[in-house]
Design a protein around this ligand. Sequence first.
Ligand code: ZN
Length: 241
Amino acid sequence: MTVKLDQITVSDLTVEVVRKKIKNLQIGVYPPHGRVRVAAPLSMKEDAIRLAVTGKLGWIKKHQLKFANQERQLPREYVTGETHYFQGKRYRLNVLHQARTAVTCLFEHGSIDLRIPEGSEIGRRESLLYEWYRCRLKEQVPELLEKWEQIIGVQAAEWGVKRMKTRWGTCNIKARRIWLNLELVKQPIHCLEYIIVHELVHLLERLHNDRFTALMDRFLPLWRQHRDELNRVALEHGEWG
Ligand SMILES: [Zn+2]
C-alpha cells in the first residue's frame, strides 16, 4: 500500500520517496531521464533515507549517465520537448514560431528557446541551434586559451571551431593551429579547458608519450578525470553532416 509520495534532495539530486509496507529500502533509476525513486519502509526516518541514497550516489549517477547517453543517441528532430545539452546541463527545447529567428537560453527555466518562422524545416532548426552553439563556444575559448598560453608558455597562432566525427580537438603543430570540436559546447566547461590544455601541450610535445603525460600531470593534475568524463560521452556520429 502506498501511503505518501514525497520528494527529497540529496546533493543536487531530486529523489521521489514512496512509503510502503516493506522491510528494506529500494532504490530505482528510471529511463528516459534517470528519475530516481526510493521505496522506503513506513517507519524509516528521513535521515536514514538520505544516508542510504548518499551511499548509492555512484551507482545512481552511473545509471543516469547510461540513460543520458542512450537519449543522446536518438535522432534529433529539433522539436519542442527534446533534450539538448549546454555546458554539461540538460535543457528542454522550445520551438516557438515568429517571423524573426533567434535562439535564447533561459538558464533559470532550464530551456533553450528556438524562435523561427512557422514551417521551417528540420535542417533550418538544427543549423540555427548550432549557429548559437558555435557563438557560445567561441565566447568561452579566448579567455581559457589566453590563461593556458601564459601558464604553459606557448602560443597558438590560430584556433577555430568545427564539427568533427571522432576527436574533441586537434593541433597542427607546424601551423600552431588548434581546432576544437563544436560538441564541446555541450560538455562542462572544465572539459573544454582540458582539451585546450591538451592541444597546447602538443606545442611542447608532439606525441602522447611519457613526456606529454608528465606535462599534463604538471599543468592539469585532474586531466585523467576530465578525459574519462569525455570518453563516456559518445560522439553523435549520426548527427554529422
Ligand atoms: Zn593529443
